[in-house]
Every structure is written in C-alpha cells, then in structure tokens.
Design a binder for this molecule. Structure first.
Ligand SMILES: [Zn+2]
Length: 441
C-alpha cells in the first residue's frame, strides 16, 4: 500500500522543463495561525534557520515540530525540545518521496509535499509558504476547484489545462509578498495535496498542455460554475473585448445543479434601486414597464442603460442572466446559471464529459479559437509509465461495483488516515460549491 502512495507522490514530483522551477504557494493564506504542529508522514525532514544551517535532528514519522508566533519571531521546538526563536525557518525534505502534515491549533489539518518556509507577519500570524513542484500544485488545485466521477478523467484534464495556463500567466501575482500564489480563491484554491488517483492521472495526461492564442501566448482562462445556457462576452462583464472569450450557446449547462435560480423582491425595492442609485425617473410609466418586464431570452449586457454586472453585485445575484416579472407588489427575478458566465462553464464541461465529448472539444467549445499547445520536448517519458500504472488502478476499480469503486480504490491506495483526509476534502469542496465555487475574477 505504501508503495502505491509513494507512486502517487512521485507521479507528480518528477521535475520537467516546463515545471522545473518549483512554485511557492502560501498555504492557509486566509487563516490567522499563531501556533501549529508539523508532523512527517513520509520521508525524512530537517529544520533550517534563515541562513540554511540545520538546527534540528533528522525528523521522520512519529516526530514533530512545534512552531509559535512570539514577539515577531518564530519559536521552534522539535520533539518537545526547544530550539529557540528565529526570524524565519524552513522545514526541508531530505528524501524525494515526502509528505508533511500541518496541524494548526483549532483548525483543520492539511497534508502537503515538499518544503515549507515559516515566518511571522506583522499581525503576529504565522506565514507558511510551501515550495512545491508545479504539477503537484496543479493536481491539488484541480482537486479543490472541480468535482467529477473517478471514471471521467477528461474533466480533470480540462481543469488541469486551464489551471496550468492561469498559473503560467499569473506566476508573479504575489511577487511583492515573496511567493507565487496564495491558496485561496484570490489565486486558485489549493486546499490539500491531491489524493485522488483519477485527478493525478488527468493532470499527468495533460502535462505540458496549455491554452495559447494565435501568437502562442498563454490565454486568460476564466471559468464559472454554470452559464445558464449561454456564455457571456468578456466585454459585457469586464471592459476588454477578448477574441477567444465570446458568447456561445451552451445547452450543456441545462438541468444541472446551478442551472436556475430565483429571487423575490418588492416592487419598491426594485424600482427605488434604479431611482436612488442610478437617478432614473421612475415616475415615467414606460421606463417602469421596461424595468418590470425585462426579458433575456438571450444574454444582454444592460437593462435600460445600467450594467447587469453592476446589478448582480448590488443585489448579490448568482448571475446577470435573469428576466424580471411583476405581480402586484412582488417582483421576481428568474435567473439562469451561476457566475460571471465568461469562458468555461464547469457544470457544462462535466455534462459534456458525461455525453462522451473529449477534453479538446470541451476547451474549444468554451474558448473560441484558442489552441491547445503541447510541447512534447518538455514531457518527461517517465510520466507515461506512472500514468499507465495509475490507469490500471482506475480500471481495476471500474470493474468492481461502480458505485463503490472510488472507496475500494482508495482502500487499495491509501491508509485509513489518508481516507479520512479525503473525506475532509469532500466536505471542503461542498462548502466551496455553496460559497465561492465560482471563481472570483
Ligand atoms: Zn492570491
């Protein structure tokens, strides 16, 4: 079993030219942490000071490091033996197959691969920056950003390509902070290392693949939860008209979890909003009629001359794709979809995979005229062997009872502790679906 776990770790840790540079990701970026215990599930680790000198014994399973924010510095103990206070420390892996686990006081624990750098921020909170292989990061992002059935690996491949493309375009987003990405939706969600074989497989299949424009530049790859049946033009949501972000009919987004929504308001709430906020004269009966009977059979950008994106923000609506109907004092907004509507609809893409469409067709449907670029010279042949092994595991699982396949596969692959971790990830994913699954661009 351990062999398979290590296979999975190595699977996404083989350095590639494209990803030879590891990325720095701030983990727990949305959480204030003043105290944490770090333990080691796989491989040996050491603690180093800011100059890189080793300050601890070699640490492995059953040993741990405790860190606390203390007067602007990091207080450190290893195996309950106090090492002192430091401006910053790093906990670095000795072995290529490695896993460490962070357990902050009062918060959910998470497991990651690679090294971690720790310092104290001005607000007396500990900052954890993980140094991780690019593809390991991408697999973790895919696990946090999309759901899908184990046998539908093309959906993970689609998400891996758009997340990889986004990361290449935005690798300097947090340059001033000293890292590449945060782990929150401000960048891309990255809530744990990837522990699902089908996601690692989908990510591995697409190593080297990004979306480019006709000049070979990585494109902007926005996505949203559900288009409601038609995606939006970029200029109708943001200012720039981008050639590959065009509105397309998208019936794949029908009859999914986020396909429709409804919001009820009073007539006064609705009309006073236009009168107070936008200085429209609502004593004009023709204008009132327009505002109370607004219809979108196809997506529009405005109601009267007011941007629907502005209205979506002000009323906290799920989308701009709604029609209005009035009955007495009641106004109903009948909406479609969830999210800004630009680029890829995640639920539409999931539906396309179910119907048998391939990842290329899905990407070409949502990013019009973009090109999938795969540079074979940067794809390490070692990946193919690992991908084939993972494929065998997934296919063995498929032969079992389909419904139980995910869990059975995981029993083969993971320890009980790891399966519990996986359950946590699912809970986190569900919370994301409700709160901000829609990527905030
Ligand atoms: Zn960020």
């Amino acid at each position: 079993m351990l062999k398979r776990v290590i296979l999975l770790i190595i699977a996404v840790s083989v350095p590639l030219l494209l990803s030879a540079e590891k990325v720095k990701v701030r983990i727990y970026s949305a959480t204030k942490i003043t105290q944490a215990v770090i333990s080691f599930d796989v491989g040996r680790y050491v603690v180093r000071d800011a100059s890189g000198n080793i300050i601890s014994d070699t640490l492995d399973l059953n040993r741990s490091v405790e860190v606390r924010a203390q007067g602007g510095k990091v207080w450190v103990a290893a195996n309950a033996y106090e090492l002192g206070t430091f401006d910053k420390i790093s906990i670095t892996a000795v072995d290529s197959a490695n896993l460490f686990c962070i357990n902050p006081t009062g918060k959910k624990q998470r497991t990651y691969e690679g090294d971690v750098y720790i310092k104290v921020l001005k607000n007396n909170s500990l900052e954890f920056v993980s140094l991780v292989d690019f593809e390991t990061y991408i697999a973790g992002v895919v696990q946090s950003e999309i759901y899908g059935k184990p046998d539908q690996t093309d959906i993970f491949r689609v998400q891996a390509i758009i997340s990889r493309t986004w990361a290449l375009r935005n690798k300097n987003k947090h340059k001033a902070d000293g890292y590449n990405f945060c782990d929150d939706v401000h960048c891309q969600a990255y809530y744990n290392r990837c522990i699902r074989p089908e996601i690692v497989y989908g990510t591995l299949q697409s190593v080297g693949e990004i979306l480019v424009d006709k000049d070979g530049k990585p494109i902007d790859t926005p996505f949203h939860s559900n288009s409601g049946g038609q995606t939006a033009n970029s200029e109708d949501v943001w200012s720039a008209k981008i050639p590959y972000l065009r509105s397309v009919p998208d019936t794949f987004s029908y009859r999914m979890k986020q396909s429709v929504w409804k919001k009820e308001l009073t007539r006064n709430e609705w009309l006073n909003y236009f009168s107070k906020k936008h200085k429209l004269d609502i004593s004009d009966s023709a204008l009132c009629d327009e505002l109370l009977n607004f219809r979108q059979d196809e997506r529009k950008a405005r109601i009267h001359n007011i941007s629907l994106t502005k209205i979506r923000t002000d009323f906290k609506l799920k989308s701009t794709f709604f029609s209005v109907s009035a009955n007495g004092n009641k106004v109903t907004l009948n909406g479609r979809g969830y999210g800004h509507g630009v680029g890829l609809s995640q639920e539409g893409a999931i539906r396309m995979v179910t119907l048998g469409y391939k990842y290329q067709e899905i990407l070409m449907h949502y990013y019009k005229g973009a090109i999938i670029y795969r540079d074979m010279s940067i794809v390490d042949p070692k990946y193919q062997g690992v991908a084939n092994d993972l494929k065998k595991i997934i296919e063995e699982d498929k032969k079992d009872n389909v419904k139980a396949s995910a869990n059975k596969g995981l029993e083969k692959l993971y320890s009980k502790k790891e399966r519990e971790e996986r359950e946590e990830v699912y809970v986190e994913e569900e919370q994301d679906n409700d709160a901000d699954w829609d990527y905030d661009w």
